[in-house]
Design a binder for this molecule. Structure first.
Ligand code: FBP
Length: 546
């Protein structure tokens, strides 16, 4: 593989490990744990993996000997910067423990385990991918690992390769499934361990035990760089309003972090929209008012950040989408001609939802009916909310112009930043964090743990002070209704409106709206002073009160 000069220099970067993982390591166990909710139900569903203690890895005087072992690794779901470093950390620790240990990578996600598609990950492969973005070393996929026949099929290849443990790198759903798999193998006494690792750029896999999911830091910094560039352009030409949609299927953490980093004129937070029961028109009116106010001081330009998942948080749209989901799942829907779909849908929807559907621009209405993902979700990354909002704002401003309430200019540009941030080369924070997560995962396996997720805490401090360990996955679970059934799941972390990141945004947003307070963060720096290169997100600092 040809490499750029930066890639060559970057591949030599040695991620910083917490002191507890550097030399000889011993394990410290805490008190038994409880799940965050529905304790009795979770305990009944996970009798073998419930109540285990939190663990921490600490430096030790004693050199320990390790039994030889093989591990299998799976990348699950959307790409997130740092995935390769989890694998590198795991590989290096495995080889440190016992040079004959082997690491197998299952190809293209959980499906690779079920279908027996794998490679042995060698030192040569690892060296190609150190500190790189992407998941291309072994690929990723969204196959849900949840059925007994999948677990049994996986067991065959696990036995064939003499694998002691599977490490699953994924988001909340994949880690929930990792726990179900751990419980299944434990109940059957197969002696196969399962360890999870917290991944997703969306930042919604976090709680008391998990400070952040990996990839969030790099993705936000990548988006913040380009938002900053756009803001500089906007402030130079002074003729466009830029509507920027940002990834994050559900939670608005990415939009909020980018707002804190870039200080745009407007940032919509889906969780606030839902809490205040706002309509699409309320959002459009809010944006139009800011545009009008800025126009009154001669500023016919600005930036609007829009979280990708917004549409599903507008209560009326949520109802429409729910009815569309049911409607599109019927066999009749499959036989409707594409040209006639809009009319057919209008005829079937309730009067209230039909009115909302009819009010949407045709393109957006069509996007709402496109194929769902394997989890039954609307593919929000395909819905052009940025265009929807700007079109509706333009219409409103035109009405205000006719009434004499607006005499500025409004011209919009549209952007969607999503895929361009998911495979960026990991920041030092993510490179270090992921390498430590991989090292922790190897330690959890060596210590016989199953049903745990690797964790690293205290990450606002310098890396040597980070605390590595593991959390029982059942500890983070509660029961939630999913597709009509109560299921044990890891609680998804949405933006909390009373927490410091959102409150800091609220304290500043009026000023950012009226004045031009843009910040231009610039590109991620990999080499240079610590205060430039080794900083975590503003969200994490505010959450940790730093
Ligand atoms: P994960 O939760 O699997 O990490 O993926 C998150 C995400 O990047 C969302 O931000 C986005 O909506 C979605 O994946 C896009 O999915 P796909 O890659 O299948 O288009």
């Amino acid at each position: 593989m040809e490499k750029s000069a930066l890639q060559i220099a970057r591949s030599a970067y040695q991620p910083k490990l917490p002191l507890g993982l550097r030399g000889n390591v011993s394990i410290k166990e805490g008190e038994p744990t409880q799940s965050v909710g529905n304790q009795e139900e979770i305990k009944t569903l996970f009798p073998n993996t419930y109540g285990m203690p939190l663990v921490e890895f600490v430096p030790s005087e004693e050199k320990r000997t390790y039994e030889p072992m093989n591990i299998g690794i799976i990348l699950s779901g959307g790409q997130a910067p740092g995935g390769h470093n989890v694998i590198c950390g795991l590989f290096d620790e495995l080889k440190k423990q016992c040079p004959e240990n082997k690491l197998y990578g299952f190809l293209m996600g959980p499906g690779g385990l079920v279908d027996h598609k794998y490679i042995e990950i060698t030192a040569e492969i690892i060296d190609e991918y150190r500190n790189t973005g992407g998941f291309d070393m072994i690929g990723s996929g969204r196959t849900k690992l949840e059925k007994e026949e999948q677990f049994e099929s996986g067991l065959k290849v696990i036995r064939e390769l003499d694998i002691k443990a599977i490490v699953i790198i994924g988001g909340d759903d994949s880690n929930t499934n990792a726990c179900v798999l751990a419980e299944y193998y434990a109940a059957k006494q197969y002696g196969v361990q399962v360890i999870g690792c917290p991944k997703t750029i969306d930042g919604d896999l976090k709680n008391e035990q998990i400070e952040t999911s990996f990839g969030f830091d790099t993705a936000c910094k990548t988006y913040a760089e380009v938002i900053g560039n756009i803001q500089r352009d906007a402030n130079s030409a002074r003729k466009y309003w830029h509507f920027i949609k940002l990834m994050g299927r559900s939670a608005s953490h990415i939009a909020l972090e980018c707002a804190l980093q870039c200080q745009p004129n407007i940032c919509i937070i889906s969780e606030e929209v839902e809490e205040k029961n706002m309509t699409l028109d309320d959002i459009v009116t809010y944006i139009a008012e800011v545009v009008a106010k800025r126009a009154a001081s001669g500023n016919n330009f600005g930036t609007v950040l829009i979280p990708e998942g917004l549409i599903e948080f507008i209560p009326a749209m949520k109802k429409l989408i729910a009815e569309l989901n049911d409607l599109l799942a019927t066999s009749e829907a499959a036989s409707v001609e594409a040209d006639n779909q809009r009319n057919w849908i209008m005829g079937k929807l309730s009067a209230e939802n039909a009115a909302i559907y009819a009010s949407l621009p045709e393109g957006v209405a069509k996007q709402l009916t496109m194929e769902r993902d394997p989890h039954g979700n609307v593919q929000v990354s395909l819905i052009e909310t940025e265009k929807l909002l700007s079109e509706m704002v333009a219409k409103k401003l035109q009405e205000w112009k006719v009434n004499g309430n607006f005499d500025g200019k409004f011209a919009a540009q549209h952007h969607f930043f999503g895929y361009e941030g998911r495979c960026a080369a990991p920041s030092n924070y993510d490179a270090d964090y992921c390498y430590a997560l991989g090292t922790s995962a190897a330690q959890l396996v060596a210590n016989g743990k199953t049903g745990y997720m690797a964790i690293v805490k205290n990450t606002t401090a310098p890396a040597e002070q980070w605390i590595a360990g593991g959390v029982p996955i059942t500890m983070m679970m509660n029961m939630e209704r999913r597709h009509g059934e109560m299921k044990p799941v890891i609680k998804k972390a949405l933006v909390r409106l009373d927490d410091a990141p959102f409150q800091t945004f609220v304290a500043n947003r009026e000023e950012w709206a009226e004045k031009t307070c843009f910040v231009y963060p610039g590109p991620i720096q990999y080499f240079g002073p610590t205060e430039v290169c080794d900083q975590c997100t503003i969200t994490l600092k505010l959450e940790q009160n730093k």
